[in-house]
Design a protein around this ligand. Structure first.
Ligand code: URA
Length: 227
């Protein structure tokens, strides 16, 4: 059941109990909410709420042609945030980032550093909707969508952001340089350290990229262990 269905069911029950009057209380909830589980950390609740508040977005033309809004997936308290450029066809159909062949490659890389999506890792894209024919994001689309990523980062508070591929790297860092020039450096993305590595799809196209990617992920593993 989706969050929307749950909310719908809740209001149906409220209507059955109380008719068409909506009762709202100003009193704080007497029971500790999930927020109390880890002090200062956001939970799925807040991130889900944010998701629900933006998933009907039509701020740019991509909203009109999407199948699904691809918000992101993973651990709301993740120490590692992986950011791709935009959903592809499979992601648009499933509503989840990195679910195609590149996603399987990404899961394998994460496994190699003893991590997995959902456990200490969050995966998102700069754009939440698929550009036609998987073309690169346009600056006007990034301008509308990047604030959503910024809010996700504010809520998740990752220790490290890793941009997957040149397009994600150049879009976030606002520098149009080859990937090689962005790699192997720790950048600052609005106060959070950011590294850039190869896109998993590039590894599927050219296995020469596997070795430097493995070097990058070993660095990421060690950084997180010491952070
Ligand atoms: N490529 C991306 O950059 N993001 C996805 O979600 C899938 C493929």
């Amino acid at each position: 059941m989706t969050t929307k269905d749950t909310i719908h069911q809740y209001f149906k029950q409220q209507q059955a109990l109380y008719g068409n009057e909506l009762y709202l209380s100003n009193e704080p909830d007497p029971l500790p909410g999930p927020e109390s589980v880890k002090e200062g950390a956001e939970t799925h609740g807040a991130l889900d709420e944010f998701h629900q508040s933006i998933c009907q977005c039509l701020e740019c033309p991509l909203g009109a042609c999407r199948t699904n809004f691809v918000f992101g997936v993973g651990d709301p308290n993740a120490e590692l945030l992986l950011v791709g450029e935009a959903p592809g066809e499979q992601e648009d159909l499933r509503g989840e980032p990195f679910v195609g062949r590149a996603g399987k490659m990404l899961d394998d890389i994460l496994k190699a550093i003893h991590k997995k999506r959902g456990d200490g890792v969050y995966i998102a894209n700069v754009l939440k909707c698929r550009p036609p024919n998987n073309r690169d994001p346009l600056p006007s689309e990034v301008e509308k969508c990047e604030p959503y990523l910024l809010e996700q980062i504010r809520q998740i508070q990752p220790k490290l952001i890793v941009a997957l591929g040149r397009v994600a790297g150049k879009t976030l860092l606002k520098m149009d340089v080859p990937l090689k020039e962005m790699r192997d450096k720790t950048h600052d993305y609005n106060g959070t350290p950011l590294r850039v590595t190869y896109h998993p799809a590039a590894l599927l196209r050219n296995s020469n990229f596997k070795k430097p990617t493995w070097v990058d992920f070993q660095w990421i593993r060690d950084y997180l262990q010491n952070a």
